[in-house]
Design a binder for this molecule. Structure first.
Ligand SMILES: [Zn+2]
Ligand SMILES: [Zn+2]
Length: 620
């Protein structure tokens, strides 16, 4: 995977003596796969230079005239290069343009807005290339050989981050984004909630290109403007095990020497951290090219997990939001902004009215002021949950002026919205909470050579055999080592998950394949860690999450036979959200490899299919 920076500046282009090295052009990054797939991330003014180089056949011999432009959001610094991007005017080029479903007007309408005749001489319909427009929500899809995942970022407009996986490498582009929890801006503190979800999006990336516009001092003066600090970016990258961090979206007030100083300061801060050894940190510079070689050659090209391309119609229309804010003016302004998206809003002034409204009809989202009414939001939330007025999966958001996590779980608060916030900021958050509910449970895809896999599994002759101590001692140890209530060795059969060894879940011997978490591990042939299922759209409404055994945390290691078939997983399950650090991941791998050895030992020594005799292995 080849990555080239063409624009690294945030907000506005700043050419000049002070920005020669890091560059003055706004956001634009080019990515090529080894097979020649061209993806362009954002199209700020940096796209002008990229367009010129793409049009020069001598510079790029043999290149196909086809490209994909992924736009994070339609703020000017991310689209201003579109009207100046030469390949869009060339009749022999084909382009696919992707951006978040904008809710107000389509992508094409938004882009054509900046090309109206008052601003630009050529209308969007006069572009010469073949152009297709795609609108995205959260999810995943494939662009030729590249697997793309999208996830909402925290910005003043609905903004998507992109994760590109190809050639055994992963690149994450997360720009523009602000910490969900402000206390993380200085690069310290527990990563929970939506920040934890963001960290999962960065997990094990070979390169993270991350918004780092503000220093912590600047950030605290510009909270809610939708940008990160270098310290936050590094804190999350370290937790996520990312290998390289490119700081980008440099503030337009910053000269080269100041960016240097920021990078140096961050490097020394990270070097003094106990977890800071492995990561390479630099400031993204215009013209800089990186070759990411598949440092994880076993990294799978994921089969499609779920589609991010919005095809289900406007997801917001028909949703209903209950808004309980103490300040009438704030409430009215926010209600008006949300109603513009076709969402039904009920504004209420006290906690009794919240309970009444939620009892009267299904709400999709509840936003409550911390100090609303006599009861306060937390107590109201507790009542809503305890009395079953609202299902656990309906988000309840509580506004607060301090950061609080301890009470969250017990009271059933989904997330805190920290004050102060602007109406557009709150609206962007509300949109992403609502949109996320559109698609909250996904079945694992089948693996590529499914019949070979099934044949290999069945040749082990383990399905439907009694429990065996050699496996049970591993799940027992895993549960103790990781302090989880449940550990399983699970095998993924044609249409079921069959559990060979179970600690803590003896009442279930098998489940359907479609609800199986381990089936996802088998499909991706790689370890899968889900820190909080309720925050993960692949699992939030999975019946194993909403009902027994109420999986909240899941970590699975793939069981891959020497000949290559992935037959199942060794997994850890907890009923509370948590993380698995690097040492934990290594330990899980060790145990998983031990299970793999046991699977093979059996295959090597057992005569074919004499299931009945095997009951002597049973330990009950
Ligand atoms: Zn920007
Ligand atoms: Zn922006």
């Amino acid at each position: 995977m080849r990555v080239i920076f063409h624009g690294t500046r945030g907000s506005i282009a700043v050419p000049g003596q002070n920005t020669l090295r890091y560059g003055g052009n706004t956001a634009c990054v080019e990515m090529h796969s080894a097979a020649g797939t061209l993806i362009v991330l954002d199209s700020g003014t940096g796209a002008f230079g990229l367009g010129r180089s793409l049009m020069d056949p001598s510079a790029r011999p043999g290149m196909t005239r086809r490209g994909h432009l992924l736009i994070t959001h339609t703020h000017w610094d991310h689209i201003q290069g579109v009207p100046f991007f030469a390949p869009l005017f060339a009749p022999d080029w084909e382009w696919d343009l992707y951006a978040p479903r904008g809710l107000v007007g389509s992508l094409k309408e938004t882009l054509s807005g900046q090309m109206q005749s008052s601003y630009f001489p050529i209308a969007i319909d006069q572009l010469g290339a073949t152009i297709r427009y795609h609108e995205l929500v959260e999810g995943a899809f494939d662009i030729e050989d590249v697997h793309v995942r999208t996830q909402y970022l925290n910005h003043t407009a609905l903004t998507l981050g992109y994760r590109l996986e190809v050639d055994g490498s992963a690149l994450v582009y997360a720009c523009d984004h602000e910490p969900f929890s402000r206390q993380l801006a200085e690069g310290e503190g527990p990563i929970v909630g939506s920040d934890l979800r963001h960290a999962s999006f960065l997990a094990d990336a070979d390169l993270v290109v991350h918004d780092a516009q503000y220093t912590p001092d600047e950030y605290f003066k510009r909270v809610g403007w939708g940008h990160s600090t270098p310290q936050y970016a590094a804190h999350l990258c370290l937790a996520a095990g990312a290998r390289r961090l490119a700081l980008t979206h440099h503030d337009p007030n910053r000269g080269d020497a100041e960016v240097d100083a920021i990078v140096e300061k961050l490097r020394s801060e990270v070097a003094s951290r106990p977890d800071g050894g492995d990561i390479e940190i630099f400031g993204a510079a215009e013209g800089q090219a990186l070759e990411l070689v598949g440092e994880a050659p076993g990294r799978p090209r994921h089969a499609d997990t779920f589609s991010a391309v919005a095809s289900v119609g406007p997801a917001l229309v028909g949703h209903s939001v209950v808004l309980g804010l103490s300040d009438d003016a704030e409430c009215a302004e926010l209600a008006e902004a949300i109603r513009a998206d076709g969402v039904k809003v009920t504004a209420v002034a006290d906690t009794d009215a919240v309970l009444r409204t939620c009892r009267a009809g299904p709400a999709s989202l509840v936003v409550l002021d911390e100090h609303l009414g006599d009861m306060g939001a937390v107590q109201t939330c507790r009542t809503l949950r305890r009395e079953g007025i609202l299902d656990g999966d309906v988000p309840i958001i509580v506004t607060t002026s301090r950061h609080e996590t301890a009470e969250t779980r017990t009271a059933g608060v989904t997330e805190w919205l920290e004050r102060p916030f602007s109406t557009i900021y709150a609206r962007a958050r509300i949109r992403s909470w609502l949109l996320r509910q559109a698609c909250r449970w996904l079945r694992a895809p089948l693996s590529l050579e499914e019949d070979v896999r099934i044949a290999a599994l069945r040749s082990l002759d383990l399905l439907d055999t009694p429990p065996e101590e050699r496996f049970d001692q591993i799940t027992r140890r895993a549960a103790a080592l990781f302090d989880v209530p449940i550990a399983l060795v699970s095998l993924i059969d044609e249409d079921r998950q069959w559990i060979k060894s179970s600690y803590g879940l003896s009442e279930i011997r098998s489940t359907s394949r479609e609800v199986s978490f381990c089936a996802h591990v088998v499909a991706q042939r790689a370890p899968m860690i889900v820190p909080d299922t309720l925050l993960d759209d692949r699992f939030a409404e999975n019946p194993m999450v909403t009902g027994g055994p109420r999986i909240r945390f899941y970590a699975g290691f793939p069981l891959i036979l020497p000949e290559g078939a992935c037959v199942g997983s060794l997994c850890l399950i907890d009923n509370r959200p948590r993380q698995l650090d690097k040492a934990g991941a290594r330990l899980l791998r060790d145990l998983g490899e031990k299970v793999g050895e046991e699977l093979c030992a059996r295959a090597a020594t057992s005569p074919p299919r004499k299931r009945a005799k095997r009951s002597r292995d049973a330990t009950g």
